[in-house]
Design a protein around this ligand. Sequence first.
Ligand SMILES: [Zn+2]
Length: 489
Amino acid sequence: MADDKKLTTRAADFGAWYNETVLRAELADYSPVRGCMVIRPRGYGIWERMQSRLDTMFKDTGHQNAYFPLLIPESFLHKEAEHVEGFAPEVAVVTHGGGKKLEEPLVIRPTSETIIYAMFAKWIQSYRDLPLLINQWANVVRWEMRTRLFLRTLEFLWQEGHTAHATEAEAEEEARKMLGVYRDFMEGWMAMPVVTGIKTNSERFAGALRTYSCEAMMQDNKALQAGTSHNLGQNFARAFEVKYQTENGDTEFAWNTSWGVSTRLIGGLVMTHGDDFGLRVPPFLAPIELVIVPIWRSDEDKARVMEAARKICADLSGWERRKTGKLRVHLDDREGMKPGAKYYEWELRGIPLRLEFGPRDLDANQCVLVRRDNRVKRTVTLDSIGEDVAELLSVMQTDMRVAAYERREANSLRGDITYERFREVMAGDGAFVYAGFCGSEACEQSIKEETKATIRVLPDEEFRSADAPVTCLKCGGESVNEALWAKAY
Ligand SMILES: [Zn+2]
């Protein structure tokens, strides 16, 4: 049904705007179970395109897909001390099955390190079995207390890569490589720029040696942890006896990595690109890239306009691009709905391009293309419509990325900043603040308690400031690392 009530604006209430956009663009809906969500076809269509692209990127880097069970023996979780401590509070446990109490409770996977490395221990014997590069597309359950559609739900969809290597250097290279794959995907396909870097110990994945992350800035200046990649060291290999025989005949523990992104990315896409008219989907990920809205008044006009519309739709649907395949076109031929109401609806749903035309346009062999990102209209001839649409979509993909990048940089603070000023910024509009950090957990903890901001990452070199502060934001001691601070989802 057409619902033409205006959205809450982002400036008035960003959280309310987000929920309304997700619900009214029909990406997701609330479920009968508190904290779970239903992903609707328009949201799932975006996820399928994300999946398909990422899956290709994983396979191009040598990974294979497999599937491991949803249920994990509870004892497995206890084998790695930090891991169980990190995940125990959010684990759902199955105690009964088939009407009987189970001898050993089973946990519903919150992540699959334990069961996957238990299997790796069976499959890996020799250095010839390494590296083992596996990815799984799955759902996981984490019993979260405060939930938000896509951003934090009890159950979510994701992929988890799990690999085993002969040396620490190879595991490190893998963890870094997959962080780069995520970054390429987020920037190239989601048009969502990210800052990459390493997490401090307090934000590290439970059981990892090192955690790397891609952090994106949302339009309320908060950070979204969009993807993480972990060098697990030999922690899980020791716990699950993942050993291999070296070329010399010695026995060594393998080195592992794990890395994941989830349906949370859809929330990131909404909060990076949406505007007060609703969703804006980058063309590469849009299940529909172009919608055709024919306009007519008389029945006579209707017949010839519809005929032309079907022809344009068929022509454009056959248009093939190198990177993104066949053009995804939809013809809105619904009767009894005014063009204006259709425009409103497709804008809300974030369809990148709208093609409108009526009898007069047809006489002039032209149509009007309207971009969703900046709402600019352009009249084009029907002779070169395929070229024009393909070009416009590719320009929009770039423009959306550049706009998001410029917004992030305009809301980033670098250089010397007093702690007082930092507190004001975090209590106000928020920002990405690059500040000096002495490396002490005490400073990190007290800043977090006083401002709710956290260290998102110690940024990789290319993101660090040329004139990074030499003293710690909090204690004034010598800075050992520049740290990226922000409030986060
Ligand atoms: Zn300090």
